[in-house]
Design a binder for this molecule. Structure first.
Ligand SMILES: Nc1ncnc2c1ncn2[C@@H]1O[C@H](COP(=O)(O)OP(=O)(O)O)[C@@H](O)[C@H]1O
Ligand SMILES: CC(=O)OP(=O)(O)O
Ligand SMILES: [Mg+2]
Length: 404
């Protein structure tokens, strides 16, 4: 099967994978970090071997050139591998993009036009697409984080603000991490434990009520009924909702006015504060869950409070989404924290016994990498860990468009 190069341009990083969309095999992959900062780093992994380099990387264009050089040096050569297409993760698709599209000049301009709605993410996406199109003469496909949430019910997608202003400025809830929520919720729906549960109750797949928690650096929750997303925690931008590594998630918008008027912060200052200096980092000094867990173990009170705020917000969302769905059949954890931090999973479920949710200690703490049930054998609803794979999902959606 021809391979697809998947590019995920973040605000200061470029993650990439060369994937066989048929088998899911990753032929090579890596990350360029600290783009635009004084010191950059690139780590390229191929066949279990890592090649890394420290050097300043000016922008996402330079990052991509560096990656393509590494493919030629360390392999596999992209020229010889003959990639079929490049799949780009694009964070904000606005209302224009409800499904993946083959990139042309108009698409690039439309993604650029959405920069005001995603100032941290879309500029890097535009640069990534432009440079990749220049360097790699194959079809390019854009896959949007927002697409899975296009059909949110109006009651969930609408902010209760002046309707004319909202319409004029595209103010509505879009939702993000959709590629992951879609991948995970369909993996849940296909899992034998879930199909057996529905069959035993004589229920149709369309009635399956899931809450998916994507807990990475960015974090979001979704409520999925059958195959359809009916709620999600991120809104106009990826700032709303859960407590994240460096983002505040939900807060009283009055805080912004207070900081602008009383603390004389500029709008850009507040933007930076809420997106880059808040969340776990703002409360504890660290944004990485592994470090936070270490600090909590050492008895650090700030780290303890940060973790308590993080878990409290998650429990609120699970309870709210159970209400939105009229009950819950599956609670699924995914992404870096969700897949690896057993104490976070246990901490979310603790106190939600009234919904029937529980984790089995041994199952929760087993170090497996596979999709699995971690609730007690006899119980419903199910609590599950389901590894996400946004790159594979992007590669599959890309190849489906260019070589159907
Ligand atoms: N073994 C682990 N235990 C706890 N947290 C982990 C573990 N491995 C990764 N994480 C956490 O996962 C987060 C990163 O998640 P990831 O999905 O890779 O992020 P993103 O793709 O948003 O950059 C970090 O907070 C990191 O500490
Ligand atoms: C949309 C978003 O928050 O993405 P990430 O988690 O990659 O920052
Ligand atoms: Mg991620």
């Amino acid at each position: 099967m021809p391979t697809v190069l998947v590019l995920n341009s973040g605000s200061s990083s470029l993650k990439y994978q060369l994937v066989d969309p048929g088998s899911g095999e990753v032929l090579a992959g890596g990350v360029v970090e600290r783009i635009g900062e004084g010191t950059g780093r690139v780590a390229h992994e191929v066949a279990g071997e890592e090649v890394s380099r420290e050097q300043p990387v000016a922008d996402h264009g330079a990052a991509l050139r560096l990656v393509l050089d590494l493919f030629e040096e360390a392999g596999p050569s992209l020229r010889e591998a003959g990639i079929a297409a490049v799949g780009h993760r694009v964070v904000h698709g606005g209302t224009s993009f409800t499904a993946p599209v083959v990139v042309d000049d108009d698409v690039v301009e439309a993604v650029r036009g959405l920069v005001p709605l995603a100032p941290l993410h879309n500029p890097a996406n535009v640069t990534g697409i432009e440079v990749a199109r220049e360097l790699l003469d194959v079809p390019h496909v854009a896959v949007f984080d927002t697409a899975f949430f296009t059909d949110l019910p109006p009651a969930a997608a609408t902010y209760a603000i002046d309707a004319g202003t909202a319409a004029e400025h595209g103010v509505r809830r879009y939702g993000f991490h959709g590629t992951s929520h879609q991948f995970v919720s369909s993996a849940v729906a296909e899992h034998p434990a879930v199909t057996a549960m529905l069959a035993a109750a004589g229920r149709e797949p369309g009635t399956l009520r899931q809450v998916v928690l994507h807990l990475g650096n960015g974090a979001s929750a979704s409520a999925v009924l059958g195959e359809r997303a009916v709620e999600t925690s991120m809104g106009l931008t990826p700032l709303e909702g859960l407590v994240m590594g460096t983002r505040s998630g939900d807060l009283d918008p009055g805080i912004i006015f207070h900081l602008v008027r009383s603390a004389h912060l500029s709008v850009d200052d507040v933007d930076t504060l809420l997106n880059k200096r808040s969340g776990l980092l703002g409360l504890s000094g660290v944004n990485d869950m592994r470090e936070l867990t270490r600090l909590v173990g050492d008895g650090d009170p700030d780290a303890r409070l940060a973790l308590d705020v993080y878990l409290h917000r998650l429990r609120k969302y699970v309870g709210a989404y159970a209400a939105v769905l009229g009950g819950i059949d599956v609670l699924a954890f995914t992404a870096g924290v969700g897949e690896n931090a057993a104490h976070v999973r246990a901490g979310v479920v603790e106190g939600l016994e009234f919904l029937g949710l529980a984790v089995d200690r041994e199952r929760n703490e087993a170090g497996s990498r596979a999709s699995r049930v971690i609730s007690p054998a006899a119980g419903t609803p199910l609590v599950m860990v389901v590894p996400t794979n946004e790159e594979l999902a992007i590669a599959r959606q890309t190849i489906a468009l260019v070589a159907p």
